[in-house]
Design a protein around this ligand. Sequence first.
Ligand code: 5AD
Ligand code: SF4
Length: 446
Amino acid sequence: MADNTTADKKKLFIKTYGCQMNVYDSERMAEAMGGAGYETTDTPDDADMILLNTCHIREKAAEKVYSELGRFKGLKADNPDLKIGVAGCVAQAEGKEIMRRQPLVDLVVGPQAYHRLPEMEAKTQQGVKALDTDFPEEDKFEKLKGRSKAKRAPTAFLTVQEGCDKFCAFCVVPYTRGAEVSRPVDRVLTEARDLVERGVREITLLGQNVNAYHGAHNGGDMTLAGLIWELNKVDGLERIRFTTSHPNDMMDDLIEAHGSCDKLMPYLHLPVQSGSNKILKRMNRNHDRESYIKLIERIRAARPDILLSGDFIVGFPEETEQDFQDTMDLIEEVKYGQAFSFKYSTRPGTPAAERPLVYDAEASERLYRLQALIAQQQRAIQDSMVGRNVNVLFEKPGRLEGQMVGKSEYLHAVHVADANAKIGEIKRVRIVESERNSLGGVLVSD
Ligand code: 5AD
Ligand code: SF4
């Protein structure tokens, strides 16, 4: 029998919300559905199946999903065979409520059950709605068919750890993604080697709490640093990154790796959330401002040029102007090259949900001030790159004719206009200009 031609294939449109783990999951779901006769499309208009891979971290994210679903009404009316699915953390948290609130949804699958997606899709073809929000015993990554062998972009995400045991008072992750689980070292290495064969040069290891990684290895456990050293030996892999980390799991071997492991990039996302000890305590963060700053000093001693990134929440219940000022002072002290900041959003079922809120206008104003400070720091660090030589992994053509863009080791976007800059190659670049969101440079030969 001849292979399926493109024309025979059904079309799958996936829209991904939220974190990088969802980006990885969407890729795996697309591959799993590839085995069920689907290929991906970048528009919902001609799709046979639409899948929203959702995020539940803040309130508005779930509402966005419902309004997006509403927009598919017309498509479903035009094509009654169109299947609509919801995956990810909203699926996990809301379960069949989604089908109740939006009857055009055919399928709801949680983040721990998506290896069952092909069976679920088959069920929907029989006209039966499919729901699976289990936390099954089996390893979903093992149940998923081997990853495709097709050539791919030079950077990739690889999930090595899922779930979180930290229970920060504001966060739904421990409930939606469950307890911390690490994938065994050998399986991660096999997947990494497969990615490298397909053209990947940079791997970002993902986990909700990735530095708590403790993957099975030779009858024992291996830390994230151990895993990074194993990956450091993989020929053809040039760069390793990881995200997201908790300060309390930033162990000595990981800090040392930042000083000595040549493929580990000098960039670290280490959220602190607040600079006020009172608020950190109420957030159940189990660290204080002083220990965080000391930790940053140790990391910088190991790798002085490391670029730091963080997450901040403003307007956490009972945050006073002084508490907020403590956060601003901490930012002044640390100096971030990048940061993500959010207004506190009440998540039902979390401990903080019962507490008195800060006035919304006050929280908005604090967010504005905090973002202005971060933008200023980000700008200063980006501008300080001008005149320096960096290594750029080229990823894709740029906006302008003849341009190629890639990332420096510090994760700055860098563009050059040079035919010798080729996708998948790392080249030395002298930075000559700092623009709004990127740096411009020229290839150099040193
Ligand atoms: N409200 C606002 N921000 C939140 N985050 C997590 N939960 C909430 C919430 N309820 C932020 C934290 C976390 C990031 C992924 O999202 O800063 O580090
Ligand atoms: Fe949520 Fe805290 Fe776990 Fe991060 S460490 S996922 S913020 S509970």
